[in-house]
Design a protein around this ligand. Structure first.
Ligand SMILES: *Cc1c(COP(=O)(O)O)cnc(C)c1O
Length: 386
């Protein structure tokens, strides 16, 4: 094992230094820094539908931080603990990587040559990255004009074949579903069961980090795959007695595209949170089942509330998420009177703020000061120093 050999001199050097702390036991090859975290399939293999024959297509996704956000907890005004699961730190910048490592590994195992998805952006970025890594073609259909800049940049550079259609996400999903029935392409939207299997690992990580399940999970809802996957993960861990309780699942939709609150599909969904601009969620029945089983609820947050939470997270906590992700925190603040005192709440931050620089710049309270002369006095004065 090359890595074990490379470590030997270090171990010797330490053990000859009589003042050093007692030498640590030799590091075995599979514990070395090189292979510390090898992606969620390797970490949670026993809970996933993979075998030794499944080729693992991974970018070492998962293992994202669960970060306390005390200013959000303070805004609730009672004794509550609030943490964010920052899944924007995955390799392509969103939780979609969790599902895609599974979907693409299983596609590869089945000998698939091409995959297809409809996407508001993040699914296409993840599908493109994992498919190309697995040597598979990726076709993506996106709603023309409604995909954030960073996501489009990713899909193009990863080498997906990107088709922008003159329609919304729901129409694009309809087409790719038909495509996968009539052509040799495998669908990797969240109706692909392996996607949810991969995504449920986020719930495992939350429990592993907290030592138990939280009381509430707040989550943005688009197609409702993620809320379903989290619930699957908590239930599986509960069955295995890795946690003693189950959380209430609180799903939040943007007010302009809130079919679960309306009780019917929304034909023309609108919101600046483009990742959840979905009028007819693909996982509709599952989401309702999760709501009932977890005694959770759905609520809508306006774009103004989303932006407020988006700015709060960045300027008070140093956490930059994309607008759709901030819907989880906006929702928590909206229903804060319902939170039991002493509760632990996890808000899921589904995607990275860098995905959508346009929204950040156009909706920041902060102004860039242009055209300052490169002169110490002028710069100091511009900073407010006299
Ligand atoms: C996909 C996505 C969502 C919505 O997740 P669903 O599983 O479709 O409900 C939310 N936020 C971001 C950033 C996403 O990419």
């Amino acid at each position: 094992m090359p890595s074990a050999i490379a470590l030997t001199p270090v171990t010797i050097a330490l053990s000859t230094d009589s003042h050093s702390a007692p030498a640590e036991p030799p590091i075995s090859a599979n514990q070395s820094a090189q292979s510390g975290w090898r992606g969620l399939i390797n970490a949670y293999r026993r809970y996933l539908p993979v075998t030794d024959q499944t080729p693992v297509i991974t970018l070492h996704e998962g293992n994202t931080p669960l970060i306390p956000v005390p200013t959000i907890a303070a805004a609730i005004g009672r004794d509550v603990r609030v943490l964010v699961k920052y899944d924007g730190l995955n390799p392509t910048g969103s939780f979609k990587d969790r599902g895609m490592t599974m979907a693409i590994s299983k596609a590869k195992e089945a000998g698939v040559k091409a995959v297809i998805c409809a996407s508001t952006g993040n699914t296409s970025a993840a599908a493109a990255a994992y498919a190309r890594r697995g040597g598979i073609r990726a076709f993506v259909l996106i709603p023309d004009g409604y995909v954030a800049l960073g996501k489009l940049a990713q899909a193009l550079l990863y080498g997906a074949e990107v088709l922008a259609i003159k329609g919304n996400f729901d129409q694009a999903l309809h087409i790719v579903r038909d495509m996968s029935e009539h052509y040799p392409v495998t669908l990797v939207n969240s109706v692909n069961p392996y996607r949810l299997e991969g995504q449920k690992t986020a719930a495992f990580e939350v429990v592993d980090a907290l030592g138990d399940a939280p009381d509430w999970v707040c989550i943005p809802v688009g197609n409702a795959g993620n809320i379903t996957a989290y619930w699957m993960g908590f239930c599986q861990y509960h069955q295995e007695q890795r946690c003693t309780k189950l959380p209430r699942m609180m799903g939040f939709q943007a007010a302009g595209s809130a079919p679960f609150i309306a009780g019917h599909p929304v034909e023309h969904p609108e919101t600046l949170a483009t990742a959840i601009r979905i009028g007819n969620p693909a996982n509709w029945e599952r989401a309702i089942a999760v709501q009932h089983a977890s005694q959770g609820s759905f609520a809508a947050v306006t774009d103004a509330e989303i932006l407020e939470a988006y700015r709060l997270l960045a300027s008070n906590e140093g956490i930059f998420c994309e607008p759709a992700s901030a819907a989880s925190v906006a929702g928590l603040l909206k229903v804060k009177d319902q939170i039991p005192t002493g509760a632990t709440v996890v808000c899921v931050l589904t995607g990275n703020g860098l995905k959508d620089p346009d929204t950040a710049i156009s909706h920041s309270d902060n102004q860039l000061k242009h055209g300052i002369e490169p002169d110490l006095g002028i710069v100091a004065k511009a900073m407010g120093f006299e």
